[in-house]
Design a protein around this ligand. Structure first.
Ligand code: DLL
Length: 438
């Protein structure tokens, strides 16, 4: 098994925790001294840097949220003077101002190292041709994987997203072996490839790192079979780093978190109390090495669970299981909690080609309605009887997966918008908040 940093990646837990404790106690001094809004929060909570001596003290610290970044827009949460900042990224949410994040030279270096580590985890090496089709720009996907691939010494292809024909040509002519893009883009590119006579044997594709949005195991199978490669999940968020906060290894059983840089916790989003290992809840990260934006106990809103058992790859770094969704995209339909990922999973189990769908939620006469729009499979377009059977079956698998009755609307083939970045899967027209206030 190949590792990027074997000593860290396979360290016994007590050694890793000792390193985390040391780094945390140092970093919290920095943060208290240099980040005024966080100092105020710590003072209000009655916690001093000296109270944080080890990872077991983490729970004493106040949380940070996206709202803190918005309130201190653009640079108010930075822990270093702007002269030390060499890069800015930003992510635009659906509401409010962009979330602005910054990196020092050392931060860029540590990010590149985490991304290189991810590429090694999925079996990559300097022999590879890493084709980056995440968007380049303020989004962290493109430049994040780009620096990682270069750090590894691989041939880096900064393709960015868009222009399907050119992407395919480059895959083939440049000998791309590892591709990096959102899973929804991998699916829409695959659809295009199949229509244009894609022949696997002309390509050297062996693996892909797909992330930036939730995707199901069914979608993984679709991508693996269609492209003829191994599809790995990679996770990250701009506020913490960008891609490579965690990444799967070749065993595909959860994403190893770069715990030497980011300490994860799982909390109950209602009570805000830490949950025992293995339970599902909201993922929280504390940055213990970053310089420009070392957020402490940052609430990601992502719902996941942590698995501490040793992985077959030999890494001891904790694995986060596939995020099930976000506290802010959980839908409450007639009182029942529904995650879009449950609908995707049920739908694709029934029809693995139904990868383009849209969930439309509305409220009619105080009654929540849930409609799933699916593109009609081309082979049944002309047959009313087949369409009826299809619709009925889709409804029954989704109804029983989520426990709420849905309406199925079959749309023309190719009528649902394709994405080159993160796909938009839900249109909630009710404009009401869920129980997490989102
Ligand atoms: O999406 C960073 C990234 C780029 C990750 C490329 C992986 C690959 P943001 O735009 O700030 O950053 O969005 C972060 O995306 O809180 C999750 O809700 C979601 N997300 C990211 N990766 C995954 C994943 C990038 N593998 C938000 N599975 C996060 C599920 C993911 N959700």
């Amino acid at each position: 098994m190949k590792y990027y940093l074997k000593e860290i990646e396979t360290a016994p837990r007590h050694e890793l925790e000792a390193l985390q404790s040391f780094r945390l106690s140092q970093k919290i001094r920095d943060v208290y001294k240099n980040v005024a809004p966080y100092r105020v929060k710590m003072d209000e909570a009655g916690v001093k840097p000296g109270d944080i001596k080890s990872v077991t003290d983490l729970h004493k610290l106040p949380f940070t949220t996206k709202q803190d970044l918005r309130d201190n827009y653009p640079y108010g949460m930075f822990a270093v003077p702007m002269e030390e900042v060499v890069r800015i990224h930003a992510s635009s949410g659906t509401t409010g101002k962009q979330t602005v994040v910054g990196y020092t030279k050392n931060d860029i270096e540590l990010w590149a190292e985490c991304a290189a580590r991810s590429l090694v985890e999925i079996g990559g090496s300097r022999e590879d041709f890493v084709h980056v089709s995440y968007g380049y720009g303020l989004f962290t996907g493109g430049l994040g994987m780009h620096y990682g691939a270069e750090k590894l010494g691989a041939v880096t292809i900064p393709a960015s997203a868009g222009n399907s024909m050119r992407q395919l040509e480059m895959f083939r002519d440049f000998g791309s072996s590892i591709i990096c893009m959102t899973p929804s883009y991998a699916i829409s590119l695959l659809e295009f490839a199949k229509e244009n006579g894609f022949n696997k044997s002309e390509y050297k594709l062996k693996a892909g790192v797909f992330g930036a949005e939730p995707w199901s195991e069914e979608m993984r199978r679709e991508i693996e079979d269609g492209w003829g490669l191994k599809a790995y999940d990679i996770y990250g968020l701009s506020e913490i780093l960008g891609p490579s906060v965690s990444c799967e290894c070749v065993y595909q059983c959860g994403m190893h978190i770069c715990e030497d840089h980011f300490i994860p916790e799982i909390i109950d989003p209602d009570t805000l109390k830490p949950l025992p290992a293995g339970e599902q809840g909201e993922l929280v990260f504390s940055c213990i090495t970053k310089e420009a934006l070392p957020l402490m106990r940052y609430r990601t809103r992502d719902i996941a669970a942590l698995a501490y058992e040793k992985c077959e790859c030999g890494r001891t770094l904790v694995r986060m299981l596939k995020p099930q969704g976000r506290t802010d995209d959980m839908l409450i339909i007639r009182g029942v909690n529904v995650f879009p990922s449950q609908i995707e999973s049920a739908l694709l189990q029934f029809d693995n080609s139904a990868t383009n769908y849209l969930i439309v939620v509305d409220r009619v006469n105080n009654y929540d309605t849930l409609e799933v729009q699916i593109e009609t499979p081309v082979d049944i377009v002309g047959s009313i009887a087949d369409l009826q059977v299809y619709e009925k079956k889709a409804k029954s698998v989704i109804d029983s997966a989520i426990g709420v009755g849905v309406t199925i609307k079959l749309k023309e083939p190719k009528s649902i918008e394709r994405s080159t970045g993160k796909a938009v899967r839900v249109a909630d027209n009710r404009k009401i908040k869920n129980k997490f206030g989102k």
